[in-house]
Design a protein around this ligand. Sequence first.
Ligand code: 2M8
Length: 410
Amino acid sequence: MILRDAVRVLVANWDGSHTVPSRRLYPHQWSWDSAFVAIGNARWSPRRARAELLTLFGAQWRDGRVPHIVFNPAVPEGAYFPGPEFWEVRAPSGTATSGIVQPPVHALAAWRVHQAAPDSPDSRAFLSRIYPRLVAQQQFLRTARRSQEGLVSIVHPWESGMDNSPAWDRVLAEVEAGPMGAVRRDLAHVSAEERPTDRDYERYAALARAYRDTGYRRAGAFEVECPLFNAAYAVAEHHLALIAERIGCDPEPHEQEAAAMTSAMVEHLYDDGLFHARDPRSGRLLRSHSAAGLVPLMLPGLPREVASALIGSALDRFEVKGGLIPSFAPGAPEFDAARYWRGPSWINLTWLIWQGLRERRPDLGALVADGMVRAVTHAGFREYFDPFTLEGHGCRDFSWSAALVLDIAA
Ligand code: 2M8
């Protein structure tokens, strides 16, 4: 039943070449959403899963960046803010896109899509086609975003995928808010208490405009090394090694890069049972209680004692025994069970942490998998959930909630 409903959501959100995160709130193609959608679609239509990723990478820039939004020209202007008229940029393919990126979870997705049909010639051709594009995506991050310590930074909270996480509060407070210059469309679909504030949006707009005005080259007032983003980068190298091996290329450089990033993260972002973000300009750790700090559990080469300490934090600070993992620690003063990335549980974040948990602690892995299925059974494929009551928040029929539950339950 749940599997059939999940497929129904994905079919309803399919736009012929890609999937929208949700019909009304997010009517275009989003980068990391598409990776999660491909992982789910691989379970019932590997062909559609391959198309999803190839459409996204069709809008890749010459410098290798994969834009966080690929705009659908058929969607009326003003349906989403900030739209193409704000970003003022086109990919070499001619498609309007944004100019920022999102966590690079696509190599992992491409590998999962391949694994769904490992012996099919189409699947092997897909790997050969997407591999150089995935390599270029990583190359962009190394060239444009890497610090001396070997970590990559993000230049906008939207790049973290966890837009209004309290982890960004201190850095954002220093950003001068500018005029939004347009009407927020999100509030037409979701209640204001469940979304970022207007003040947040004024700062998001100011930061994006400043980056745009440098030709999308130089970071403005926001530059941070996010543990989720860096973990995704290292996990991507790990999967690039698997892909390289499969198509007859050299996996070695990817393995080395994954190991180097893992060491850099442990050295510079880890402290006291959790990974934190870091300000590359001052070198200061931006301590917070964000569940992004548990995502490095996915790293295959994580030292055993660090993994054990993270699991300890998942149990104590994130109350993981409840099944769903809150996006911010419930005991922290900033925690808000209903407001977007300030506490609610998200299926994608829970799924990422589950990837690392299930091999190290199968008992907890089973609890968390069960938690995700219980949440969607109780509230439907909502965008996010109260971690304790499982009440659904944000939009309905949300693609990655459907896709990842399909992956877990299939
Ligand atoms: C949310 O972000 C967009 C901006 O990119 C928004 O608030 O309008 C985030 O949850 C992000 O992680 C997600 O990719 C996007 C689409 O689902 O929505």
